[in-house]
Design a protein around this ligand. Structure first.
Ligand code: AP5
Length: 211
């Protein structure tokens, strides 16, 4: 089953993918995580995209599509995947349609006010990728990853200016995909304002309904 997660930055896409991926038995592929790993490892791709991510702009379509094409050719994607953060433009969606058949697109609906609260309190562990929130999902020990004890960081793009820019970019470039996928009969919208477990449950019901 090939699933696409849509929704504004901070709506909880990565959090919910982390909860449901084992149940569904398919990998979670986050283009944001792939770019952040490239930045951390200082690869040529990482050096190219570092400033773009920090500003909240989108990486050029051609670079993103090539990276995704390479990732989904790997054997763990044989039975499907959860795509988080891709596609983000109509061009990317057209390219994805040439690569795989998309079964469901889950649109995470959340108010702008909640988005800002979630993003400004987010912390993450760079090596495990685990996502926390200082109020909604705090680590056991303040500022440290539960598993490794490594210090948690605040993403560069979770600072106020970048958050505002990401919301603008989302509205201009990514929101049109809601209509794009609705017209294809693939869109399922869920309320992302509930607890993570409740959102995960809505997600699983949305992707197990037929048609
Ligand atoms: P990316 O990493 O994809 O960022 P994003 O879409 O902005 O999404 P986020 O990761 O910010 O949010 P999320 O919805 O996953 O929320 P999360 O689960 O973390 O992309 C980053 C950048 O990479 C882009 O700006 C762009 O530059 C580049 N890029 C990536 N893909 C690209 C593409 N296709 N094309 C071009 N460029 C691309 O949750 C947020 C917070 O809320 C956390 O603290 C969490 O603990 C908390 N939370 C989550 N769920 C709940 C809940 N139910 N209740 C309470 N708190 C919750």
């Amino acid at each position: 089953m090939n699933l696409v997660l849509l929704g504004p930055p901070g709506a909880g896409k990565g959090t919910i993918a982390g909860i449901v991926r084992e149940k569904l038995g398919i990998p979670h592929i986050s283009t944001g995580d792939l770019f952040r790993a490239a930045i951390k490892n200082e690869t040529p791709l990482g050096l190219k995209v570092k400033a773009i991510l920090a500003s909240g702009e989108l990486v050029p379509d051609s670079v993103t599509v090539d990276m995704v094409r390479e990732r989904i050719a790997q054997s763990d994607c044989r039975n499907g995947m959860i795509l988080d953060g891709f596609p983000r433009t109509v061009f990317q969606a057209d390219e994805l349609a040439k690569m795989v058949k998309v079964d469901h697109v889950v649109n995470f609906s959340l108010s702008e006010e909640s988005v800002v609260k979630r993003l400004s309190g987010r912390r993450m562990c760079v090596s495990t990728g685990k996502i926390y929130h200082i109020i909604y999902n705090p680590p056991k020990v303040e500022g440290k990853d539960d598993e490794t004890g490594e210090p948690l960081i605040q993403r560069d793009d979770d600072k106020e200016d970048a958050i505002r820019n990401r919301l603008k970019v989302y509205q201009e470039s990514t929101e049109p995909l809601i209509t794009y996928y609705r017209d294809k009969g693939l869109l399922r919208t869920i309320d992302a304002s509930a607890t993570p477990d409740a959102v995960a449950e809505s997600f699983l019901s949305a992707v197990t309904v037929s048609g």
